[in-house]
Design a protein around this ligand. Structure first.
Ligand code: F6R
Length: 607
């Protein structure tokens, strides 16, 4: 998750760009850079490390241009170095980028075959070269960017500047956020409204797939199909310290929609995308090759993330897993093997039961890793090693982005364990890493189904009870769906392993009971379809969450939501989206307090 800023100004912009970048430093700070249009042409200043290094460089070697773009980087492709720092340039084009270009290897090979040399290893640099290739072929900058965007796969935000075009800047948003700021004879681009707060409070948020052409008089926004569209200019309340809702009605909606972006950030922290490998801290307090067992424990949504991870550790690392809810685990008096490790998952890092479970493990000689969002929390500090989920502040009480970001961290840990234990080959690791790199885009595609999800959510609001079913990792998603629904809409819901249906819950089925089935076409699919038939034979009404292949083979359902097709390691991320959105829209229709549901607290520091 990098930070982007762009200014078409009336006076020198470099200092303002650095000022805006300071507000984006939370998104990454392993290098930073600025490009401006000088009388001599495009000029860049880039520095490794925090922004103060860029600031110092600009003192020594100032820039005076009135149009510029800037970037603070969190490395994805390629190590932090000046050559890999943004802005990247090729010919008259400079570009800054946040996110992941998934097909960068293919595109880079295509350009290399044409004799193009790359300065660094980033995926961003190839974007500059692609645009430059179009310009060399005679295209105007706008057409060159439009053609390039069509070639890019992934979830990203981009800002472009062109030598010789002092009154032009182009931005694009797919998966990662980008806001347009309207000033007085000046225009801005920024990763969020907070970055633009020193300059303007008049902000328009780009929608998914939008791209925007700016000049000092205003902005023209086009959608993915190239049609000119209007995006409402709003008055932002952003200040330096506030986390705000942007264009969303609730923090929960904002956090659901942030997932492509924060997942890019989380994954880029734990993956070396250029090498196709998992990259964990060097000083792990254990060697996965010698670990006998993993104990997974957490509360609520953290526990459900751990449940997904159980399948991954067992499948990809062949590591035995013991998993329990922290409030149970802490009192179970479980005998622990000192050769085992424990992983605890906690958004807040303060949950009392999870902390007690951590202490129990350490008291029994077991090393503990924590997957946490708040890096300064007690759990992060007391664990032997903390793996930040870097989801950014989660304000909505119902956890959404922290769920998928903890999945990202846990998937990386499971793959690393599999590699270390000799279960996964280098090729298998590369394949799984490739599948994880696709996750932000797949999640963005899943978010595009929101209008249909909203319609289906209406069915849930009429029910007093809802059953969620799934097998394998889909069982965990069923549990998460039921938890989300009861938390914020107050509709009673249960998540069940579909195979357990006939051992009890089938007695509840009648025509008043919606049954949400999570069943992409995976190895559990046929079995779950049999369970669906058992539900339908008793008049139950099925809402099926599946993929295209599953929709073609599942038979009739009352409603079907088709999610993007995903590899088994990516599917839980994708299917988390419809269960989050179903509960969100059901709650909005029910008129509940979505962000602060009754009786709940964001941080549960008591037993
Ligand atoms: C569910 C939810 C809670 C938390 C649980 C643990 O949406 O938010 O179930 O997951 O209270 O909290 P953390 O992750 O902070 O330990």
């Amino acid at each position: 998750m990098c930070g982007i800023i762009g200014i078409l100004g009336k006076s020198p912009v470099a200092a303002s760009i650095v000022d805006g970048l300071k507000r984006l430093e939370y998104r990454g700070y392993d290098s930073a850079g600025v490009a401006t249009l000088e009388p001599t042409g495009l000029a860049r200043r880039r520095a490794v490390g925090k922004l103060k290094n860029l600031d110092a460089l600009l003192q020594l070697s100032p820039l005076g241009g009135h149009a510029g773009i800037g970037h603070t980087r969190w490395a994805t492709h390629g190590k932090p170095s000046e050559a890999n720092a943004h802005p990247h340039a090729a010919g008259p084009v400079a570009v800054v980028h946040n996110g992941i270009i998934e097909n960068f290897r293919d595109l880079r090979a295509e350009l290399s075959a044409e004799g193009i040399n790359f300065e660094g290893e980033t995926d961003t640099e190839l974007v500059a070269h692609l645009v430059n290739r179009e310009i060399r072929g005679g295209a105007e900058p706008i057409a060159a960017v439009e053609a390039t965007l069509k070639r890019l796969e992934g979830a990203f935000a981009l800002a472009f500047l062109f030598e010789g075009r002092n009154d032009l800047m182009i931005g694009a948003r797919r998966g990662s956020p980008l806001a347009v700021g309207y000033g007085d004879g000046e225009m801005y681009l920024g990763s969020d409204a907070m970055a633009l707060a020193p300059f303007t409070n008049r902000i328009a948020y780009l929608d998914e797939g939008d791209w925007v052409v700016l000049n000092r008089a205003g902005a023209t926004v086009r959608d993915e199909a190239g049609k000119i569209v209007k995006r409402q200019v709003q008055t932002s309340l952003a200040s330096a310290t506030m986390v705000e809702k942007g264009s969303y009605r609730h923090f929960m909606a904002k956090e659901i929609h942030e997932q492509p972006d924060v997942l890019s950030h989380a994954l880029s922290r734990y993956l070396d995308m250029a090498q196709g490998t998992v990259r964990l801290p060097d000083a792990l307090p254990w060697d996965f090759a010698d670990v006998s067992r993993v104990t997974l424990t957490a509360c609520g949504t953290g526990y459900i993330a751990a449940l997904v991870a159980r399948y991954w550790f067992e499948t990809y690392a062949r590591l035995p897993v013991d998993i329990d809810i922290a409030s149970e685990f802490r009192y179970r008096e479980a005998p622990l093997d000192p050769k085992s490790i424990a992983l605890v998952v906690s958004q807040s890092g303060e949950t009392a039961d999870t902390l007690a479970a951590l202490r129990y493990c350490q008291a029994n000689g077991v090393r503990v890793g924590s997957v946490v969002n708040v890096s300064t929390s007690t759990i992060a500090r007391e664990s032997d090693i903390a793996f930040p989920m870097v989801a950014g502040p989660e304000i909505g009480v119902a956890s959404t982005k922290a769920f998928t970001c903890s999945l990202a961290v846990l998937a990386c840990l499971a793959i690393a364990a599999g590699r270390k234990r000799g279960v996964l080959s280098a090729d298998e690791e590369r394949r799984l890493v490739g599948e994880l790199m696709r996750v932000p885009r797949l999640v963005a595609e899943a978010l595009n189904t929101e209008p249909k999800i909203e319609r289906i959510a209406k069915v849930l609001t009429k029910a007093s009870d809802v059953l969620y079913l799934g097998r394998g990792t889909n069982y965990a998603i069923a549990l998460e769906g039921a938890l989300k629904l009861k938390e914020i809409s107050y509709i009673h819901a249960e998540g069940y392993a579909a195979g357990e249906l006939k051992h009890g819950p089938i007695a509840l089925i009648d025509e008043t009971m919606p049954v949400v089935v999570v069943a992409p076409k995976d190895r559990w699919f046929e079995k779950t379809v049999s369970n669906m038939q058992e539900v339908q034979a008793r008049g139950g009404r099925i809402i099926l969450l599946t993929d295209a292949d599953g929709a073609a083979h599942a038979g009739e359902s009352e409603a079907v939501l088709v999610m993007p097709t995903a590899d088994p390691i990516a599917a839980p991320f994708v299917h988390a989206i419809p269960v989050q959105l179903l509960s969100y829209h059901a709650a909005v229709m029910m008129g509940t307090d979505v962000d602060q549901p009754r009786n709940l607290a964001k941080s549960v520091t008591v037993e």
